[in-house]
Write a protein that binds this ligand. Structure first.
Ligand SMILES: CC(C)(COP(=O)(O)OP(=O)(O)OC[C@H]1O[C@@H](n2cnc3c(N)ncnc32)[C@H](O)[C@@H]1OP(=O)(O)O)[C@@H](O)C(=O)NCCC(=O)NCCS
Length: 155
């Protein structure tokens, strides 16, 4: 994971991938692709949704653009569709291209989290937090999502 993210992958980032389900692709050189989905609670309006949060999607550099990222996402989306109200993730620039091509959409409204001192807005996460399936056209474009808190990157 550190290699795939060019060293920008902290211990907390790995911890955030744990506790749910992993999708792995192996080839003759070892692990070629990885992704995980973990459960988070996210408030939308009056409901605390059961959200399948995608973490640690990475493909070894020598086998990118061969569909392995898509293979991992297909497996994770099946889990989300069967076990969760909604899928969500925080996208890197490369990741955004993969997710957008699969129908994921950046959340248009506010992104917040329920922190130790109450609800805080996370403006840096707005525009890079994606959900799947995409919200209906009739959905309130200003609606906020309030994520549960965690150490390290909250999203
Ligand atoms: C993002 C990442 C997982 C994509 O994996 P991948 O195996 O190369 O993706 P796929 O081959 O399945 O790509 C499927 C489609 O996504 C889009 N896509 C994925 N990466 C792209 C890129 N770098 N540029 C343009 N389009 C891209 C394309 O539409 C592509 O289809 P195409 O190749 O037929 O045009 C990989 O680049 C990676 O590991 N990056 C470093 C870690 C990272 O940023 N992970 C995402 C964290 S949110």
């Amino acid at each position: 994971m550190r290699d795939a993210f060019d060293g920008d992958f902290a211990d907390e980032d790995w911890e955030h991938t744990l506790g749910g389900m992993h999708a792995l692709v192996h080839d003759g050189r070892g692990l070629a692709a990885h992704g995980a989905v973990v459960m988070r609670r996210v408030r939308s309006g009056e409901r605390w949704l059961r959200v399948g949060y995608v973490e640690g999607v990475a493909v070894r550099a020598d086998v990118r653009r061969q569909g392995l990222g898509g293979t991992v996402m297909t497996a994770l989306e099946r889990i989300i569709a069967r076990a969760y109200d909604l899928g969500a993730l925080s996208a890197s620039d490369d990741g955004a291209l993969l997710y957008t091509a699969r129908g994921w959409r950046a959340w248009g409204g506010r992104i917040c989290a329920l922190g130790p001192r109450g609800i805080v807005r996370l403006p840096d996460e707005e525009g890079s937090t994606y959900v799947w399936p995409a919200p209906a056209r009739t959905a309130d474009p200003d609606a906020e999502l309030v994520f549960d808190w965690r150490d390290g990157d909250v999203l």
